[in-house]
Design a protein. Structure first.
Length: 502
């Protein structure tokens, strides 16, 4: 009877040991499955973050076909050891820029990209896990669109090169970012963990059978704790730690569980830090791009009027406007040519720069538009490209200040120079000419007459035409000069502008 009891006890203990072993194997397999799923999700989430970051930064490089900038962005992506290769594609999925691991053959990468059957996404990230015979491990293929909220023009090679800065609803896909990530790290990690788990399981089997009779009651408790901990981990609680109450097989398994949970928690923290770093880099790059855009706009505004610059950025092919009435100013520094033979080149440039810079400040102050300088001659207009009703009055005020400035300059420096100014009012045609170094210029008889008013004028005086006189006679002091001979026009009535009334 005692033997029967012992046999039953032995069978009970053996069955209990087998139950414990099976529970351990189930838990281990559960952890392996969860870990595989977590590794895969983490890798895919990191890859999507990298892909989104790449396409968010690639817009400017794609717009201006800046291969150097694109390669720089791709190089940052390639710092992730899991990335096999990455590329920026144009809307037809042709390669604009590409980077890869050194071990990969360039032709192989090109073939894989050409065979890519991912749908072209309009937004977000499209991903696909695929096994390619040329690759040792399956890989995630992720593609996301580079979206511009601005109108885009393609050149003859279908490269995106410029934008009009005009917002449009929804944006336009101007290219794609492609990131290919190997699952090698996942496969190796799972293989390593499977081996460790197998060894642990074998140890549990051996030790469970040997000491199961003595420690059955102590084994059940930690198993329950592990099961409870597993449920918490599966629910997303990675802060759980199961107490290691023994040093047997279950204790080893519990320690392995806690170690695995610690690693998962560390990986989660690292992923969050990585995301924060990416966000900071995106903010920094966005700020840098805004500064560069501001510099570009400022440079363009130094060349062209604001309204003309906006039309040029809007890709208006021919910019030409007719104005019924504007006032044109021409000036020439009298005595400048003889002076240039008496002073050094540096002194000459400094002198001319001082005078022209002051004239530029006057145009801003009086609301004129500087057209150009030719040597020591200066041309400006009021009423174009933006209409204003007091165009003649603004030009007259500036002319009087220019004359006063040259007079004061002569008094301070002793240089034998003065100014001769001519003003005319009438219709003109204005527009932008040239492909490089754009020039905003004026044409028409009103321009010619203004030039003749200057060339036939008196040094130190402002000579105006009859049409200008009609606009300002009630506000300015003028002197009737009578009819003068004007080249190409014959006799014309002219006046000298002396000052303002009141």
């Amino acid at each position: 009877m005692g033997k029967v009891r012992i046999s039953l006890l032995v069978k009970f203990v053996v069955a209990l040991s087998l139950l414990i072993v099976m529970t351990s194997m189930i838990i281990t397999q559960f952890f392996l499955t969860k870990q595989t799923q977590l590794y895969s999700e983490t890798l895919q989430m990191r890859s999507e973050t990298v892909t989104k970051s790449l396409v968010q930064h690639a817009e400017l490089g794609v717009l201006i076909a800046n291969k150097e900038l694109l390669l720089s962005l791709l190089g940052k992506v390639m710092k992730d050891e899991n990335v096999l290769f990455t590329a920026i594609l144009n809307p037809k999925k042709r390669i604009l820029a590409m980077d890869k691991q050194k071990a990969l053959d360039l032709r192989l990468v090109s073939r894989l990209i050409s065979r890519l059957d991912l749908k072209r996404p309009e937004k977000g990230v499209v991903s696909k896990l695929a096994s390619i015979k040329e690759l040792d491990y399956p890989a995630f293929f992720l593609m996301s669109p580079v979206v511009s909220k601005e109108k885009v023009i393609l050149d003859e090679e279908e490269l995106l090169f410029f934008t009009d800065m005009a917002d449009s609803v929804g944006g336009q896909v101007i290219g794609y970012g492609l990131v290919v990530v190997s699952t090698k790290a996942i496969a190796l990690a799972i293989k390593r963990n499977r081996t460790i788990s197998l060894l642990i399981t074998l140890g549990v089997i051996v030790l469970g059978i040997v000491v199961g009779l003595l420690f059955t009651s102590f084994i059940i408790k930690p198993v329950k704790a592990l099961v409870s901990g597993t449920k918490l981990v599966s629910g997303g609680d990675y802060s759980i730690q199961v107490d290691v109450s023994s040093k047997d097989e279950i204790g080893v398994l519990t320690y392995s569980f806690n170690t695995m949970v610690d690693k998962i928690r560390v990986q989660q923290d690292q992923l969050m830090d990585y995301n924060r770093t990416l966000e900071e880099k995106v903010k920094q790059r966005t700020s840098e791009l805004a500064v560069e855009k501001e510099k570009s706009d400022e440079l363009l505004l130094n060349i062209l009027p604001l309204s003309i610059a906006d039309r040029l950025k809007a890709k208006e092919e021919t910019i030409a406007d007719s104005f019924d009435e504007v006032t044109v100013l021409f000036s020439d520094i009298v005595g400048f040519t003889p002076l240039s033979s008496k002073i050094s080149a540096t002194e000459l440039v400094v002198l001319l720069n001082d005078i022209i810079s002051e004239f530029d400040r006057m145009t801003e102050r009086f609301g004129l538009e500087k057209i150009k300088t030719v040597g020591d001659a200066y041309m400006a207009v009021s009423g174009a490209p933006d209409f204003r009703s007091d165009h003649a009055e603004c030009v007259a005020n500036m002319a009087l200040e220019m004359r006063e400035f040259l007079s004061d300059y002569h008094s301070k420096t002793g240089d034998a120079i003065s100014i001769r100014i001519g003003i005319n009012t009438g219709p003109v045609v204005a527009g932008v000419i040239g492909l490089k170094k754009f020039v905003y210029d004026l044409w028409g008889d009103a321009v010619n007459v203004a030039s003749r008013m200057e060339s036939s004028g008196v040094p130190g005086e402002v000579q105006i035409s009859e049409s200008t006189y009609a606009h300002i006679k009630d506000k300015f002091i003028t002197e009737d000069r009578g009819e003068i001979e004007v080249k190409g026009k014959g006799k014309m009535q002219a006046y000298l502008l002396k000052g303002t009334l009141g």
